[in-house]
Design a protein around this ligand. Structure first.
Ligand SMILES: *Cc1c(COP(=O)(O)O)cnc(C)c1O
Length: 357
């Protein structure tokens, strides 16, 4: 009698990634997907043109070393090419980061609630998650995070701004935290939403990493650049770390379509950042409206807002769905609502207002 192949025990506790629900409007009602922090704009014509050209080469493997994309990123950021490592989306890069520092049972310290991929990729490699609760005002608890670092800690993740609460870490607190982290512990600053940050006190990781060899930055083309479906992201780090990250990348993982679209997007950044500017203005409008309705919403530096609804979260999500807006609920905690088209945002605000009164 066979019991089947023996699978790794570490897999048993891996939480399933819950993707944002697709938008399906009942009875022909409009439906807005505000559940995955996607960019509501379709790719720019110049980016589509680059993608169309790439399609004809699909009988070939992609450029494995991303030898055009990496110099384009490095030039754009003003960093050495040797400091850039690409991956299959930001999530792929996070997985690479954990793979280069963690052995079995090593510890990864990160805030919680935060990005739901952190526990998944940590446990995938057999490392242990050390989740440090956010402060009551939805920020990283940096003192508690520093205190959570032990001899087994190999990685600390900071999510700046934090998904799903939208709060961001400012320069002085970030510097003082980094000063407290031992030099042999890597710190990943996840800047997936960097382009949406408008608080001038929130530092660009590029100014932070330069004289800190134990800091690695994460950026992605999924959010501000609107290429979530293509799976391309990258890390910026000093050479030993960046070299290691390239070693563990999935071979040929970043498709030529993704590489060419990313290069075209860097070239079209002015146009793309105008769109980002519209999204941040919309974010301001949504926040103001929520506060006028009496909601205690934290400052939002990403392309989403956070409502701490507690036990009423699932009820709120169901009512939003009925009104044609799909939000991202975290049962018992709160709901994250992406900033989308103004019409979708208005529908959401209508639900919020009715729910409040
Ligand atoms: C969306 C997101 C990423 C990266 O997503 P990819 O689509 O894999 O690039 C990384 N970190 C956070 C916090 C995110 O919200």
């Amino acid at each position: 009698m066979s019991t089947g192949p023996k699978l790794r025990v570490a897999l048993e506790d891996i939480p399933a990634y819950l993707p944002g629900k697709p938008a399906v409007g009942g009875d022909g009602a409009p439906a807005f997907k505000l559940s995955s922090n996607e960019n509501p704009n379709q790719p720019l014509p110049s980016v589509l043109a680059a993608m169309e050209r790439a399609l004809r080469g699909f009988n070939r493997y992609p450029d494995m070393g991303c030898s055009q994309l990496i110099p384009a990123i490095a030039a754009r950021l003003g960093v050495p090419e040797s400091h850039v490592a690409t991956g299959t989306g930001g999530v792929g890069v996070i997985q690479q980061v954990i793979q280069v520092v963690c052995d079995d049972r090593d510890e990864v310290v990160y805030p919680w609630r935060s990005f739901e991929a952190y526990p998944i990729v940590t446990q995938m490699v057999g490392a242990r998650s050390v989740q440090v609760p956010l402060t009551p005002d939805e920020h990283h608890d940096l003192d508690a995070m520093a205190a959570a670092i032990t001899d087994r800690t190999r990685l600390v993740i900071l999510c700046n701004p934090n998904n799903p609460t939208g709060t961001a870490i400012r320069r002085a607190e970030l510097e003082s935290f980094l000063d407290r982290v031992p030099g042999d512990v890597l710190v990943l600053i996840d800047e997936a939403y960097r382009e949406f940050v408008r608080d001038p006190e929130v530092p660009d990781g590029l100014e932070i990493y330069r004289d800190r060899p134990n800091v690695v930055l994460l950026r992605t083309f999924s959010k501000a650049y609107g290429l979530a479906g293509l799976r391309v992201g990258y890390a910026v780090a000093h050479e030993p770390v960046a070299t290691a990250l390239r070693k563990v990348a999935v071979p040929f993982g970043v498709s030529q379509l993704a590489q060419d679209a990313a290069i075209a997007s860097l070239a079209a950044e002015a146009e793309l950042f105008e769109r980002v500017e519209h999204i941040t203005k919309e974010r301001g409008r949504v926040l103001d409206a929520l506060r006028d309705q009496g909601w205690p919403v934290p400052a939002a530096e990403g392309n989403f807002v956070w409502l701490r609804l507690g036990e009423r979260t699932m009820d709120f999500a169901a009512r939003a769905q009925a009104a044609g807006v799909v939000v991202r609920p975290f049962a018992g905690e709160g709901a994250r609502i992406s900033i989308g088209e103004p019409e979708g945002n208005d529908l959401f605000l209508g639900v919020a207002e009715a729910f409040r009164s």
